[in-house]
Design a binder for this molecule. Structure first.
Ligand code: PBE
Length: 268
């Protein structure tokens, strides 16, 4: 089957996640960059996108999804990210932690922990896979912590415990961020914090930390994915740098059984 025919098979539709996500915005950019005028991105949620991917995969049907790594879907399914010579999806991404102005002075222990938090894609994937397998998010986070005490002790090294102070973390219901946010939340709880998980839409993840309504977020993808949000709000919060430095990437993603290698192949 010629790659261009896939368009008709899928009604020229790419299955996306929430409209506020960077990966959907990058996909819209890709349609423009590659002149794929008759294509569109259908927005839904991470969970709904996975369901559609699963359905297609079972029947070996063509399907296009807005993908990213790290993500357990690459372990569960045989997938490929299409070449993107125009770099509509950017290149390698890092995931950053941001904190509200004033956190360092007012809650130095939490600030220090957040500043120290850093892990690898494999770590994130372990938590994600367990959640995907049906383990409760909190429990999956705690399991990872128990099995990785050496890593966690580097984050908590020299950080004093507190007595029931509250702290809030903003995040979006993306599998990657569910994993990271729950792990950091559990470590903060172990330090004595009462953690409020603030599940929001993408733009509020940034505005809540900028306004100080939330204390921090560990879910900021840069330099490409969240560049627009970051530009709008970065003056009003502090960027603590990467918590995952290498191994993150966005892209138009398809099952490996599809006969297509590049987004360019969709041009008719
Ligand atoms: N993601 C996961 C997000 C960032 C983290 C790739 C879905 C996004 O596209 O905005």
């Amino acid at each position: 089957e010629a790659a261009a025919d896939y368009g008709e098979d899928v009604a020229h539709t790419i299955v996306g996640i929430d409209g506020g996500s960077g990966v959907v915005q990058s996909t819209e950019q890709a349609l423009e960059d590659y002149g794929l005028d008759d294509w569109n991105v259908q927005t839904s949620s991470d969970a709904a996108m996975i369901q559609e991917l699963e359905n297609a995969y079972e029947n070996e049907d063509p399907v296009f999804v807005t993908g990213w790594t790290p993500h357990w879907k690459f372990q569960e399914f045989d997938l490929k990210i299409l070449d993107d010579p125009e770099l509509s999806y950017g290149e390698a991404e890092s995931i950053h932690t941001i904190a509200r102005d004033g956190l360092e002075d007012e809650q130095p222990e939490a600030y220090e922990l957040l500043d120290n938090f850093e892990w690898e894609p494999e770590d994130m994937e372990e938590v994600m896979l367990e959640v995907q397998d049906g383990v409760d998010e909190t429990e999956a986070a705690q399991n990872w912590i128990n099995e990785n005490e050496d890593i966690v002790s580097e984050w908590t090294d020299g950080v004093d415990e507190v007595d029931g102070e509250s702290i809030s973390l903003s995040y979006v219901a993306w599998d990657t961020e569910i994993a990271s946010t729950n792990v950091v939340a559990q470590v903060l709880e172990d330090l004595g914090y009462e953690v409020d998980l603030n599940l929001v839409e993408a733009n509020f993840m940034f505005s809540s930390v900028a306004s100080g309504d939330a204390d921090a977020s560990v879910a900021v993808w840069l330099p490409h994915t969240h560049a627009d949000y970051h530009e709008d709000y970065e003056e009003d919060y502090e960027d603590l740098g990467p918590n995952l430095d290498e191994g993150a990437q966005l892209g138009l993603t398809v099952p490996a059984y599809m006969d297509i290698e590049s987004i360019e192949d969709l041009q008719e």
